[in-house]
Design a protein around this ligand. Structure first.
Ligand code: BGC
Length: 250
């Protein structure tokens, strides 16, 4: 199926039309900066612009940077708190006139990597995907099955939310060199390794493109790979999710 995948993030709202059979994007990725404050009304307007850009009519899948239970946002770390309790599926589908299916952004990236990317070989065992961007998103799979809405970016690390130390936004705001920041990331991964003993970590988000700069400083024993779908994973996963949900609902 061809489905518009959207990835709403703390700093950008991105989209592309995805072939859900192959996991390939059929259009270039388009990105519009997330409006200041990421208020629901402004975000919906931006999504509308993206949909118009693609001249797209049909169901959409949408990755969203919060806990999403059955379409409803339950947290708001890097977006307006007005989102909490909002039914994002309903909000988007009433604007679009087509069904919208929303899930956590890192869960979306995880679905894509498990189906088409670095997770393909890990259908047995435990996979943890971490997206490192404005925040740290997480997705955990056991024998290929996603347990949704883990929020491992908010685990405490040296007295602070881990994402305030080891996200890409933290690297930029603290003006850290790649080396210094990689040490923070390594501390975080050591903690995750100790807690979950996964078979593999997959690292997604913008920093997956800088893998050579980072990987040399990582000392964890667990296998670790950059995401293969790079910054398209969230978009592709959102489209896969929409297709799955359409199949479930008949
Ligand atoms: C949010 C997560 C999200 C992650 C990446 C965190 O701050 O709590 O829900 O997956 O950022 O966007």
């Amino acid at each position: 199926m061809e489905i518009l995948g959207l990835d709403i993030g703390g700093s950008g709202i991105k989209g592309a039309i995805v072939d859900t059979q192959t996991g390939r994007t059929l259009t270039d990725r388009n990105r519009i900066p997330t409006p200041e404050g990421a208020d629901p009304k402004d975000v919906v307007k931006t999504v509308e612009k993206l949909v118009e850009f693609f001249n797209y009519q049909g169901p959409v899948g949408c990755g969203f940077p919060a806990v999403i239970q059955h379409g409803v946002a339950r947290s708001a770390a890097n977006i307006s708190e007005k989102w909490i309790g909002t039914n994002v599926d309903k909000l988007l589908s009433s604007m679009l006139g087509y069904p919208a299916f929303t899930l956590n952004d890192a869960d979306a990236a995880g679905l894509a990597e498990m189906k088409f990317g670095a997770g393909l070989e890990y259908k047995k065992g435990v996979v943890i995907l971490l997206t490192i961007g404005t925040g740290i998103g997480s997705a955990i799979f056991s024998d290929g099955v996603l347990v949704p809405n883990t929020e491992f970016g908010h685990l405490q690390m040296k007295g602070k939310d881990a994402e305030l130390r080891a996200s890409d936004a933290a690297r930029q705001s603290r003006d850290l060199s790649w080396k210094k920041w990689a040490h923070e990331l390594n501390d975080y991964l050591l903690m995750m390794e100790g807690l979950f003993s996964p078979d593999i970590f997959i690292i997604g988000g913008g920093v997956s493109k800088k893998w050579e700069k980072i990987s040399q400083y990582l000392t964890i024993k667990t296998n670790i790979l950059p995401a293969q779908l790079m910054n398209q994973a969230g978009i592709v996963g959102a489209a896969i999710y929409a297709e799955n949900q359409l199949n479930v609902s008949g």
